[in-house]
Design a protein around this ligand. Structure first.
Ligand SMILES: Nc1ncnc2c1ncn2[C@@H]1O[C@H](COP(=O)(O)OP(=O)(O)O)[C@@H](O)[C@H]1O
Ligand SMILES: [Mg+2]
Length: 157
């Protein structure tokens, strides 16, 4: 196995529906233990993509971003762990904080604001990088850090 980028793809998303559809397509290839990091500015569309991902997993109910919860768990084809670290101070060790542990091995984990994890950023993983905010069209870049995540890059039609 080589290190570095193994597979990468750029997608265009002109509207929130397209971003959700991309999330839904990614969810179809999700396997237990997978980690997807959602990068992008406030209002880029990370939570929109997470909503589509939840729909693709068959989660019954709406994925949201509650103000005081760092991690929410949803039941679907696989358990979905939705982590939003917007309110976590930089440099806090999420392992030490009990956020990331062996529970996530049974499900798939989406992490918004992964930069807050610092050294605790999990590898391997799929990086989903959303560029653009407001009314701008988005560019969504998928980057597989490991061969095992290449199937995500192929999953979007
Ligand atoms: N192409 C697009 N993809 C995703 N969201 C979009 C797009 N165009 C406009 N939006 C809007 O941008 C906002 C994204 O919000 P959200 O998903 O909560 O962002 P984040 O979680 O990255 O802070 C939503 O109000 C959504 O309707
Ligand atoms: Mg969000």
């Amino acid at each position: 196995m080589t290190s570095g980028t193994l597979a990468q793809r750029d997608l265009d998303s002109p509207d929130p529906e397209t971003t959700r559809a991309i999330g839904e397509a990614l969810a179809r290839v999700a396997r237990p233990g997978d980690v997807l990091c959602l990068w992008g500015d406030l209002g880029a569309g990370k939570t929109q993509l997470a909503k589509g991902f939840g729909a693709g997993l068959g989660v019954d109910g709406t994925i949201s971003s509650p103000s005081f919860i760092l991690m929410a768990e949803y039941a679907g084809r696989l358990p979905l762990f939705h982590i939003d670290l917007y309110r976590l101070a930089d440099g806090v060790d999420a392992h030490a904080g009990g956020l990331l542990d062996e529970r996530q091995q049974d499900g798939v984990t989406l992490i918004e604001w992964p930069e807050r994890l610092g050294d605790a950023l999990p590898t391997p993983r799929l990086d989903v990088r959303i560029e653009g905010t407001g009314d701008e069209p988005r560019r969504i870049r998928l980057v597989a850090s490991d061969q095992a995540y290449g199937r995500y890059v192929e999953s979007v039609p």
